[in-house]
Design a protein. Structure first.
Length: 258
């Protein structure tokens, strides 16, 4: 009587181990597919992830090669590229209605700003797309991708970011300028029982990134404008000096003739 029970127990344990191993091995691919499936429906642009590794025991993981494309009509291929993003997740929350993310650390992202400050630019266009997706989700009471997963993010950090400024303004001469972006850090997103949707979370992150980027770009344009003004002043001063020299020489020659 005991042998069948023991066999059943052993089979159950083996099945659990196999299930655990399969889940552990497929968790990264689940994250990758989720990003590439849900992301483009929110931003209306291409979104890719080279790979993801997530431990089912510790909840720590790494996302490799994140890529957020630009909307149609822009010449630069990407809006944001990140080589590595480290994340932490409460393991049990992965199968719950609200996924609890303990931290997200985005290291040295490359952000591209293309367009104008007062008019259209790629980051504002993506942000408009996200806001439209969020409104659509509110109307239908469902996520753009269908699932009603919510999120809580305790700590989100962007450090070492570089902004490639490709501004359509004569004062920068059509050049592409790269400038560092100050650290972006915010906490306690979706801490309430309802959490936040993927669209709301994306909107908050892009708001922070866009605001910080615009501030940097404004300084770049202002400094470029100041440089042009200073150069113009120097040229004007040089021209005035040449005119004065010529006039003085002409008066001197006139007296010599007398």
């Amino acid at each position: 009587m005991k042998k069948p029970i023991v066999k059943i127990a052993i089979i159950a344990v083996v099945c659990l181990v196999v299930l655990f191993v399969v889940l552990a091995m497929s968790l990264g691919s689940i994250v990758k597919k989720g990003v590439e499936r849900v992301g483009p429906q929110i931003t209306k642009t291409e979104m890719k992830l080279d790979g993801a590794i997530l431990s089912i025991l510790s909840g720590s993981g790494t996302l490799k090669g994140f890529f957020l494309g630009n909307p149609e009509g822009y010449s630069t291929p990407s809006a944001i590229k990140v080589g590595e993003i480290s994340v932490g997740v409460k393991p049990r929350s992965v199968i719950a209605d609200k996924i609890h993310v303990t931290h997200v650390k985005m290291k040295a992202p490359e952000i591209t700003f293309e367009g104008t400050l007062g008019g259209k630019n790629n980051l504002n266009q993506i942000l408009d797309n996200v806001e439209a997706s969020s409104r659509d989700a509110d109307k239908t009471q469902t996520e753009p991708a269908g699932p009603s997963k919510k999120f809580q993010v305790d700590d989100f950090l962007i450090s070492g970011a570089i902004v490639n400024v490709n501004v359509s303004m004569a004062m920068v001469g059509g050049r592409s300028i790269s400038v560092p972006l100050p650290e972006i850090h915010f906490t306690n997103l979706g801490t309430g029982p309802e959490g936040v949707t993927a669209a709301e979370l994306t909107k908050r992150i892009l708001n922070e990134v866009t605001a910080a980027t615009l501030k940097v770009v404004e300084k770049v344009v202002a400094d470029a404008g100041k440089g042009v003004t200073d150069a113009a002043r120097q040229e004007a001063s040089k021209a005035a000096t040449n005119v004065l020299d010529k006039a003085t020489k002409g008066v001197g020659d006139l007296f010599k003739k007398k």
